[in-house]
Ligand binder design. Structure first.
Ligand code: GRG
Length: 294
């Protein structure tokens, strides 16, 4: 059987998770229509859905059924959406545009954006808790650790502390490993744990894959900031430089940053060896995430 092309699979997975996420807002009479609309804006307007796609790909590679992967995929995207809504706030990155549209605090107001982020985060855990998933405690722990004080939020704190500082490559990797990497690793782990035990060597292989992909994804994001194709992220080229944020191209040069991302891509693909052909979609996805132009 000819394997399904990546683009077909990506489109199908995006359609699947989008329908699932839309369903969270259906048949409800919310206490606050404004809060609900702001949540929808932060979650549903645009976005590549990379983290849900990783949940599906990792889970399927170990034999999980799609129906078991929907709730973890939705939960990780809800955390991601909340983080972007809060990251865009004036107290954080102060961005007017996200995904080519006004940020939530611009489309609504700052207080509503804070609340929408809060509610999206709570909804992530509600979605998981309602899923009656056989690995529920492990999934809850994975997502909570990745999102919180040992993961993404810690990364954001390190990032804020680094403004005006001159961290070296190792410090930059630690910051991004928390800020962006933790959720990407969580996505892969949520998929893997839906099908396999914690001590399954294939889970460890997928963790090595996710670590390399997460860092390479961030390097590519930095490269896109420099090369200027950032319209879909709603930034202007050089925005991070304007915020005096350290980036990989600034530390390694553009070619050095590209070489590092390529090396990590090879590492990610090599890590998949124990999974055999079942991991082909994950290898393609890594390439797509790192060679993407937006
Ligand atoms: C505010 C607690 C808190 C955390 C924010 C992840 C994060 C921490 C901020 C995002 C800032 C940012 C733009 C980082 C660069 C890498 C990144 C995560 C890009 C956005 O992810 P994509 O490209 O976004 O997957 P889409 O829009 O496709 O969902």
């Amino acid at each position: 059987m000819t394997p399904e092309p990546l683009t077909t699979r990506l489109a199908a997975d995006r359609a699947r998770i989008d329908a699932w996420l839309e369903g969270l807002f259906a048949e409800r009479t919310p206490p606050s229509a404004r809060l609900e609309a702001a949540m929808r804006h932060g979650l549903l307007v645009g976005g590549k859905r990379l983290r849900p796609v990783l949940v599906y790909a990792a889970g399927r590679a170990l034999g999980a059924d799609d129906t078991l992967l929907d709730a973890p995929a939705a939960a990780v995207e809800l955390i991601h959406a909340y983080s972007l809504v809060h990251d865009d706030l004036p107290a954080m990155d102060d961005d007017d545009l996200r995904r080519g549209q006004p940020t939530v605090h611009k489309a609504y107001d700052e207080a509503t954006a804070i609340l929408a982020g809060d509610a999206l985060q709570a909804l992530a855990f509600e979605v998981l808790a309602r899923a009656a998933h056989p690995r529920l405690p492990a999934l809850m722990l994975t997502l909570a650790e990745a999102a919180g004080r040992d993961g993404m939020v810690a990364g954001q704190a390190l990032d804020l502390a680094a403004v005006g500082e001159h961290p070296d490559v190792a410090a930059l990797a630690t910051m991004h490993g928390h800020k962006t990497g933790a959720l990407i690793r969580a996505a892969v782990r949520l998929g893997a744990l839906s099908a396999a035990a914690d001590d399954d060597p294939r889970v460890a292989a997928l963790e090595r894959y996710a670590r390399a992909v997460g860092l390479a994804f961030q390097i590519q994001d930095d490269i896109l900031d420099v090369t200027g194709d950032t319209a879909t992220l709603g930034k202007t080229a050089g925005a991070d430089a304007a915020h005096d944020k350290p980036t990989y191209p600034a530390l390694l040069g553009l070619d050095g940053a590209r070489a590092k991302a390529d090396g990590l891509l090879e590492e990610a693909i090599a890590a998949l060896a124990p999974l055999g052909e079942a991991a082909t979609p994950l290898a393609e996805l890594a390439r797509y995430m790192i060679e993407r132009d937006h």
